[in-house]
Design a protein around this ligand. Structure first.
Ligand code: AMP
Ligand code: MG
Ligand code: MG
Length: 242
């Protein structure tokens, strides 16, 4: 008679250390990822109802970014800045209701150009503190790239606004991970927004939807789950030559 095969899992079960095995697998998946850190961002922008007759182009009104530590599965630093729109300074009722962002918050905000200076200052602090490099491959530094829910934030919103306003955009904004496309590829479902994606994998949205900072935190939370589920983090979009 053949000997029954003793799998690692069966052995772990008999020794009562299943949890340890799973925890080790998850830790391994994190350490094997190409990226050590992600800068998860989610812009909020001016918007209008379909029926509003006086519509404009989207301008960023909230610029949040969270630094997510992939190996330790946690957000380790946050940046948030309200931005003053300059093309259409008055927010529509629809926009305020959707995002929760008040007119006074953008009136007291800074123009996009200043916001980018503040963002770079925060980013440089993180780069020094965690020995991060946004260029890769590198053997000395930790790897990091932007991650967003969909291509809209960096592929449309920031790019178009900078072009219209003559603002020079740093190279690093040209490459990112679209979390949505990795999600669709891995789970083979088209989620209804970030909220739907979280719910689909058994997570809840913490905070308020369409608050950029909360959206960014929840995107990081979703990435954590996706990594546990075996998703390999990789750049999905590069517009360097476009
Ligand atoms: P989100 O990250 O989903 O909060 O969306 C980012 C931005 O897209 C918002 O700040 C709005 O400018 C725009 N947006 C999102 N949802 C809608 C919607 N239902 N109608 C019009 N604009 C929207
Ligand atoms: Mg978004
Ligand atoms: Mg948002």
């Amino acid at each position: 008679m053949d000997k029954p095969e003793i799998t690692t899992l069966a052995l772990a079960r008999s020794l009562n250390c299943i949890e340890t095995i799973f925890a080790e697998n998850k830790a391994l998946r994190r350490e094997k990822q190409f990226f050590d850190y992600l800068m998860v961002l989610d812009f909020e922008a001016t918007c209008w109802n379909k029926t509003d007759y006086d519509k404009g182009q989207s301008e960023i009104i909230e610029f949040p970014c969270v630094l997510y530590d992939v190996v330790n599965d946690k957000v380790i630093s946050e940046f948030q800045q309200y931005v003053m729109p300059t093309e259409r300074q008055k927010l529509s009722t629809f926009c305020t209701e959707l995002t929760g962002i008040q007119q006074t918050q953008v009136d007291n905000g800074v123009p996009l150009k200043t916001c980018l200076v503040l963002f770079h200052r925060w980013l440089n602090q993180q780069i020094l503190k965690y020995n991060i490099s946004l260029k890769f491959p590198t053997s000395f530094c930790k790897t990091c790239v932007f991650a967003t829910w969909s291509d809209w934030d960096l592929g449309n919103c920031l790019k178009n606004e900078c072009r219209r306003k003559g603002i020079i955009r740093h190279d690093m904004f040209n490459r990112w991970i679209d979390v949505r496309s990795l999600y669709v590829e891995h789970y083979n479902v088209k989620p209804k927004g970030l909220l739907g994606a979280l719910n689909e994998v058994g997570l809840t949205f913490e905070g308020t939807q369409h608050c950029g900072l909360h959206d960014a935190r929840n995107t990081a939370k979703l990435i954590g789950k996706m990594v546990n589920d075996g998703v390999g983090l990789r750049i999905t979009k590069d517009i360097s030559n476009k």
